[in-house]
Design a protein. Structure first.
Lengths: 296, 250
């Protein structure tokens, strides 16, 4: 495996060019292009917020901020995996005629989605700063320094899954459909639209802590929860400290749930899981990538 | 012989699975539709050969004989089913007209993209850029997207990139045929110069005159085996003796 990784390093310029090409196509060389592709998650967040606030009538202050902070990483996860499904077939002509380390293809998909995610997070921070300066919101917390670690973990996880998915899609052409269904289901099971604490409170009391740990063993659950906890104040901070009533403070009134502190032990476990998924995905890919030229 | 080896193939066998009824799916696998054992086709049947540094070798044979598969095995596009491949030196391949080209990118952008596919850095490509454009005679069109190029223009660009990036080993799969006679001659001249620099060239061709002109050695592949491997003159003669008269082009 070391040999393959060294070779991958020689081909770093190819990776760079594939990513640049992908970004160029996605943004069509325009600033407007970026806002177009940011439009989808923003519209989703706006829709869910309206449904929660006005249809379900749940009074959750700043729900959209708590939703957005989880929805953007989720979008990164979802888009990167969906894009990776067809990346080998998309480059089948190239694969049949030239040798190059095949791993650059899924990696380029992950990296261009990472860049897109980073830009979306810049917009998110601008939003936080805007509320802080003009609408008496909470300041950005020191724990936001954890962000690079979370992004790295998530990128490792996505890379590992991308290696599996793009390989499977060569052998089973319905992989991408199956994946779309799975991601849809997973979206509701991952604490994106609701805090992880809500799951905690609903688990049977007898084995609550153990079951919650098992739930958090799914790395996306831990990651989404960690993004929320490190970037935003606890959702019930308004009820616990009456002095701050900023726009980013509040609790879930009507639902008896209290925020839990960040569990760094589980985050460390998730980091190991992410690393293992990346490693397993790469090994799986390397063992099969030579056959792409014949089958893709 | 004390000649250094550039390419060594040892008992290469290549089988292809013939997948019937298109690619498979989870659905059909789960429903148990795929218990038919796929047929295999033996494209190469135990090929062993050695090509020394500085040799120019033509590979001839009928369509479907395994010539292109052989080249793709050497070029690491295919992995042999069994056997051993050894390649010493940096390889540049031209296995297809538009291999490594992206239709929407310009000629110039494609030069860099192609270089990257060969594992060369942008700065390495910068050094070869002028020579590539000059050799291809495409300076007027180099900033146009290559979807506007003709087959001949693609071949000129591809060949220019392949030779002007200074590879030690060059593999070419019958792509020179699409060029006009004048440019073909220029290519064979360039191959001649390549040869005198002590570099190794392996090319697949149907043009026996071209083989006689530049190749010191010719390998005739037939049904996945080496039928003849000798000096070009006699290998071509042996091959031509088996080709029916009416198939000979004037």
């Amino acid at each position: 495996m070391g040999k393959e990784l060294r070779e991958l390093f020689i081909y770093k310029d190819l990776l760079k060019q594939l990513v640049v090409r992908d970004i160029k196509v996605r943004y069509r060389n325009s600033v407007l292009g970026f806002f177009w592709s940011l439009g989808n998650p923003l519209l989703q967040v706006a829709t869910i917020t309206v449904v929660v606030k006005y249809v379900l009538r749940l009074d959750i202050p700043n729900y959209s901020a708590y939703l957005l902070v989880a929805y953007l990483p989720w979008t990164y996860f979802q888009m990167a995996l969906m894009d990776s499904a067809h990346v080998i077939l998309l480059h089948r002509d190239l694969l049949r005629k030239v040798y190059f380390p095949r791993a650059v293809l899924p990696l380029s998909v992950v990296l261009s989605n990472l860049i897109h995610f980073a830009l979306a997070m810049v917009v998110f921070f601008a939003y936080l700063l805007f509320y802080y300066f003009f609408l008496n919101g909470a300041p950005i917390m020191a724990s936001a320094l954890m962000l690079p670690v979370l992004v790295l973990m998530q990128t490792l996880l996505i890379t590992g899954f991308a290696f599996f998915i793009c390989t499977l899609n060569v052998f089973y052409e319905d992989t991408k459909y199956l994946l779309a269904v799975l991601l849809n289901v997973l979206f509701y099971l991952t604490p994106v639209m609701y805090p992880a604490e809500l799951v905690y409170s609903r688990l049977p009391e007898a084995h609550r802590d153990l079951l919650y740990k098992l739930y958090m063993l799914l790395p996306m659950n831990t990651l989404v929860d960690a993004y929320r906890k490190t970037l935003l104040p606890p959702f019930d901070s308004a009820t616990s400290s009456a002095t701050t009533t900023g726009i980013l403070h509040g609790g879930i009134r009507g639902i008896d749930v209290h925020s839990l502190p960040m569990d760094y032990g589980m985050l460390a476990v998730a980091a190991v899981v992410c690393g293992l998924v990346a490693l397993a995905g790469y090994r799986y890919f390397i063992a099969r990538s030579w056959i792409f030229a014949e089958r893709a | 012989m004390t000649m250094e080896t550039a390419i060594r193939l040892d008992k290469i066998v290549k089988d292809f699975e013939i997948v019937k009824g298109g690619p498979s799916s989870f659905k059909s696998t789960l429903l148990g539709f795929r218990h038919i054992r796929p047929e295999t086709l033996r494209a190469l049947d135990g090929i062993s050969l050695e090509i020394g540094k500085g040799e120019t070798v033509a590979v001839i044979g009928r369509n479907g004989s395994g010539k292109s598969t052989l080249l793709r095995i050497v070029g690491r596009v295919y992995k042999p089913t069994s056997g051993f491949v050894e390649v010493n030196g940096r390889m540049s391949t031209m296995l297809d007209l538009a291999a490594g080209f992206h239709p929407e990118l310009t000629g110039r952008e494609n030069i860099f993209f192609n270089g990257a596919i060969m594992g060369l850095s942008v700065s390495q490509m910068d050094r070869s850029l002028d020579r590539i454009i000059e050799f291809s005679e495409l300076s007027e069109f180099i900033d146009a997207p290559i979807r506007t190029y003709s087959a001949g223009m693609l071949m000129r660009l591809g060949f220019a990139i392949a030779v002007e990036t200074d590879p030690e080993i060059l593999l070419i799969d019958e792509v020179l045929a699409v060029g006009d006679a004048e440019f073909q001659e220029k290519c064979y001249d360039r191959i001649g110069k390549f040869k005198s620099d002590g570099r190794t060239i392996v090319f697949v061709t149907h043009d026996m005159e071209a083989a006689k002109m530049v190749a010191g050695r010719t390998i005739w592949i037939d049904h996945g085996t080496v039928r003849a491997d000798s000096n070009t003159e006699s290998a071509v003669a042996e091959y031509m003796a088996t080709v029916p008269k009416h198939e000979l082009s004037p």
